[in-house]
Design a protein around this ligand. Structure first.
Ligand code: SAM
Ligand code: SF4
Length: 317
């Protein structure tokens, strides 16, 4: 289904939980997030019903996210149920990867097509700092497990933070040399706990092009990333620039929170409740959300915060 601006809405991101086994400093408060009661989060039956209704309206890609989607008990079973929706073309996950060594093979068997894994640094000490306690080796083992299970093509999400990991741009991009992975640099967004960062942290992705002038355009694959390639590389480097290059005119997505609110825009306060709706009423509410999708979000910069009423771990990126 198209929105009023002619944007075809084909992508639904579903957050399975606000909880996480890490506490990234730009995403979550140090004490973590308030645990919602089981009855306050959507059951797998409810998620499947909403997903089926969204697919009936034209959604073709679903991404499970969080918080950390792999910490939600039984989520492999949910993947299997979603994969059984006939018109769904792609089922993907965004994860910090820590639980992939145990789960990657089961996820693949359940029908998950591919995974995006967050990796902001290749330095164990910096990884521990940015995730407040995470162990880099475990994330790298998760990436390897995803490769071994065939959850490909793998994309590595790297939030670019001035003064923290801009010195690692060449090393992170270098991961694309030998393997067909896509390393995506994402501009830090001023939402939730990222508000504590100073202006120097909000580094535009132009910094990647400046550090790596040998990058050549690698063509569009329909997503929000601008893609480049290092000469001779097997993989690609993606730039996701919500601050410096607004891509709202190409936005094709809706977001469902773990407690059942639909967000037509990541950076808007607007939320549309879906809980308790079935059949025709659910379809009408989804249509309303698509028709009400804002043309674009307000200005985002180190000085202008997102208007979203939720932190990133409560939305899913
Ligand atoms: N826990 C999973 C993970 O880390 O991949 C999924 C949820 S996480 C909220 C989804 C993505 O949002 C991650 O790639 C994370 O780096 C990104 N993210 C979180 N806070 C952000 C912020 N303030 N600005 C830009 N990206 C952010
Ligand atoms: Fe957890 Fe992902 Fe947020 Fe990090 S970015 S705290 S891994 S939800």
């Amino acid at each position: 289904m198209k929105d009023t601006l002619g944007r075809e809405i084909t992508y639904l991101r579903i957050s399975l939980t606000d909880l996480c086994n890490l506490r990234c400093v730009y995403c979550m408060p140090p004490e973590g997030t308030k645990k919602l009661q089981h009855r306050d989060i959507l059951s797998f039956e409810e998620i499947e019903e909403i997903a089926r209704a969204a697919v009936a309206l034209g959604v073709r890609k679903i991404r499970l996210t969080g918080g950390e989607p792999l910490v939600r008990r039984g989520m492999v079973d949910l993947c299997r149920r979603l994969r059984a929706i006939p018109e769904l073309k792609e089922l993907a996950l965004t994860t910090n990867g820590l639980l992939l060594p145990e789960m990657a093979a089961d996820l693949k068997a359940a029908g998950v097509d591919r995974v995006n894994i967050s990796l902001d640094t290749l330095n164990p000490d910096k990884y521990r700092r940015i995730t407040r306690g995470g162990i880099l080796e475990k994330a790298l083992a998760g990436i390897q497990a995803a490769k071994d299970a065939g959850l490909a093509p793998i994309k590595l999400n790297c939030v670019l933070i001035g003064g923290f990991n801009d010195d690692e741009i060449p090393a992170l991009a270098g991961l694309t040399m030998g393997e067909p992975v896509e390393v995506r640099f994402i501009e830090l967004m001023p939402i939730g706990d990222a508000e504590a960062f100073g202006p120097e942290a909000y580094l535009p992705c132009d910094a990647v092009l400046e550090r790596l002038p040998q990058l050549v355009p690698a063509g569009d694959n329909g997503g929000v990333a601008e893609r480049y390639r290092l000469p001779g590389a097997a993989g690609a480097v993606g730039l996701i620039r919500p601050l410096s290059h607004c891509f709202c005119d190409r936005c094709d997505r809706l977001r469902l929170t773990a407690d059942g609110q639909l967000k037509p825009c990541l950076h808007s306060r607007e939320e549309i409740p879906l809980r308790g709706l079935h059949g025709e009423a659910l379809r009408r509410q989804l249509e309303k959300a698509i028709l009400h999708k804002p043309a674009q979000h307000g200005e985002l910069s180190s000085a202008s915060r997102s208007e979203s009423a939720r932190d990133m771990n409560q939305i899913g990126g």
